[in-house]
Design a protein around this ligand. Structure first.
Ligand code: CUA
Length: 402
C-alpha cells in the first residue's frame, strides 16, 4: 500500500498542523472555565456536542448503508412503491422527540442554575458601562474603581449591569458568558470564580469608535488578599510615595531648573501600604499585559515630579472629570484614587507606566479614537495646553497614587 507516499506525508503534515493549533496559547477562551457558571456551560456544550456526534454518525451510517445496499443495478426489478406507513411515521416522530428531551432537560437545568438568585452573601458589584471604559462600584464596601476588577476566589460575585450611554456587553471569557448593559434598566449576572487568576474582560456589544478598546482586567484573589484590597480601596490615596521623585530631582537638576520642592515625608509604610491587596506587578501573567503600540512620536523625555504634579493637578482640567478621593470630585471619567496601583490605563489598553501615562495625557484621542479624555499637550490642544514638564509631573503624581 505504498502507492501514494507523498499523499500520506501530506496528510500527516496537515494533521500535525491541525493538532498543533489545539495547543496554541489562547488565554481568552471560553473553554477551560474558571468559574462554576463556566463549568456548567462547558458541561452542557460538551454533552450536546457528543450527542450531536452520535446522531450524526448513526444517520450518516444508515444513509451510506442505504445508498449502497439499494442502489440501482442492471436487471433489478423496479423499487417497491409505498404510500404512507403509520409505523414509520410514528417512529420518526418519536425519535426526534426523545432527542429533544435529552437536549431540553440539561439545557433548562443549566439555565435555572445559572440564572437563579445569587446567594445572600455574594460580593455585590455595580458595573456601569461608559464610552469607552468601565466603572465598578462596590456598594457593600463603599468604594468606586475603574477598569480593574477584584473578586474573591470561591465567593459568588453578583453584578448589577447598567450603562451611562449606549449598549455595551460585559464579558470575561474565562469566567462567564456575556451580558448586555442596556439603557434604562439593570441586568444581572452572577458566578463563582473557582481559582486565583488574572483574566481579560471585554465589551462584546458594538458601542462606537472605540468599542474594541473597551477592555478591563479581572483579578480573582484569595479572601485575605481581597480583604486587604478592600481595606486599601476604602482609604484615600496613599500619597506621597517616593516613586519618581528620585529620577525627577536628578533630571530637573541636570536641566538647570529650580530643584523640585521636596515631597512631604512619606508616612512609615505599614503592612497595608506595602501590600495593598493588588496583584503583584512582577507576577502578571503575560496575557493580561496589553501590547497596544504607542502612537508614533509619543515618547516621553521628561521625568516628572510627583509633589509638583500633586499641586498642579488641583488646578488642572483633570479635576473637572476625575475623582481622586479627598482631592477632586469629577465623575465624567474614571475614578483615579488608586490609579497608581492599577496595571493598565485607558481601560486595559496600555500598560500603566510613565511613558504611556504621559502620551495619554498629551493626546488621548490619538491613542483611543473618540475618547472623551481631551488632548492636553501643547502640540495637540488648541489653547491652554500643558507643557511637557507639567504633564510629566501629573503622570508622576498619578503613578504615586497607590
Ligand atoms: Cu462598550 Cu462595545
Amino acid at each position: 500500500m505504498n502507492r501514494h507516499p507523498r499523499a500520506r506525508w501530506a496528510l500527516a503534515a496537515a494533521l500535525a498542523i491541525v493538532l498543533s493549533a489545539c495547543n496554541q496559547y489562547a488565554p481568552d477562551t471560553i473553554f477551560g472555565a474558571h468559574s462554576q457558571f463556566g463549568h456548567d456551560v462547558d458541561q452542557l456544550t460538551r454533552r450536546l456536542l457528543y450527542m450531536g456526534i452520535a446522531v450524526f454518525v448513526l444517520v450518516e451510517t444508515a444513509l451510506i448503508f442505504a445508498v449502497f445496499k439499494f442502489r440501482a443495478r442492471p436487471g433489478a426489478p423496479p423499487a417497491v412503491q409505498t404510500h404512507g406507513n403509520a409505523t414509520l411515521e410514528i417512529t420518526w416522530t418519536i425519535i426526534p422527540a426523545v432527542i429533544l428531551a435529552f437536549i431540553a432537560v440539561p439545557s433548562i437545568q443549566t439555565i435555572f442554575r445559572t440564572q437563579s438568585e445569587p446567594p445572600a452573601d455574594a460580593l455585590q458589584i455595580e458595573v456601569i458601562g461608559h464610552q469607552w471604559w468601565w466603572e465598578f462600584k462596590y456598594p457593600q464596601y463603599n468604594f468606586t474603581t475603574a477598569n480593574e476588577l477584584y473578586v474573591e476566589s470561591g465567593r459568588p460575585v453578583a453584578f448589577a449591569l447598567k450603562t451611562q450611554d449606549v449598549l455595551h456587553s460585559f464579558w470575561i471569557p474565562q469566567l462567564s458568558g456575556k451580558r448586555d448593559l442596556i439603557s434604562n434598566r439593570t441586568n444581572h449576572l452572577w458566578f463563582t470564580p473557582d481559582s486565583i487568576g488574572a483574566y481579560n474582560g471585554f465589551c462584546a456589544e458594538f458601542c462606537g469608535a472605540s468599542h474594541a478598546n473597551m477592555r478591563f482586567k479581572v483579578f480573582a484573589v484569595s479572601a485575605a488578599q481581597f480583604a486587604e484590597y478592600v481595606a486599601h480601596q476604602q482609604t484615600g490615596p496613599v500619597y506621597p510615595v517616593p516613586v519618581d521623585s528620585a529620577t525627577a530631582v536628578k533630571t530637573t537638576a541636570a536641566k538647570g531648573a529650580k530643584p523640585a520642592p521636596a515631597p512631604a515625608p512619606a508616612p512609615a509604610l505599614t503592612a497595608a501600604m506595602t501590600n495593598t491587596g493588588t496583584w503583584p506587578l512582577d507576577q502578571l501573567p503575560k496575557h493580561v499585559i496589553p501590547a497596544t503600540p504607542l502612537p508614533p512620536g509619543s515618547v516621553d523625555t521628561v521625568a516628572g515630579d510627583a509633589a509638583r504634579g500633586a499641586a498642579f493637578f488641583k488646578t488642572a482640567a483633570c479635576i473637572g472629570c476625575h475623582t481622586v478621593k479627598g482631592v477632586s470630585f469629577g465623575v465624567i471619567g474614571p475614578n483615579l484614587t488608586h490609579i497608581g496601583s492599577r496595571t493598565t490605563i485607558a481601560s486595559g489598553l496600555y500598560p500603566n507606566d510613565h511613558a504611556h501615562l504621559v502620551a495619554w495625557i498629551k493626546n488621548a484621542p490619538a491613542m483611543k479614537p473618540g475618547s472623551q479624555m481631551m488632548a492636553l499637550g501643547m502640540g495637540a490642544a488648541a489653547a491652554g495646553g500643558y507643557t511637557d514638564q507639567q504633564i510629566a509631573d501629573i503622570a508622576a503624581y498619578l503613578s504615586a497614587l497607590k
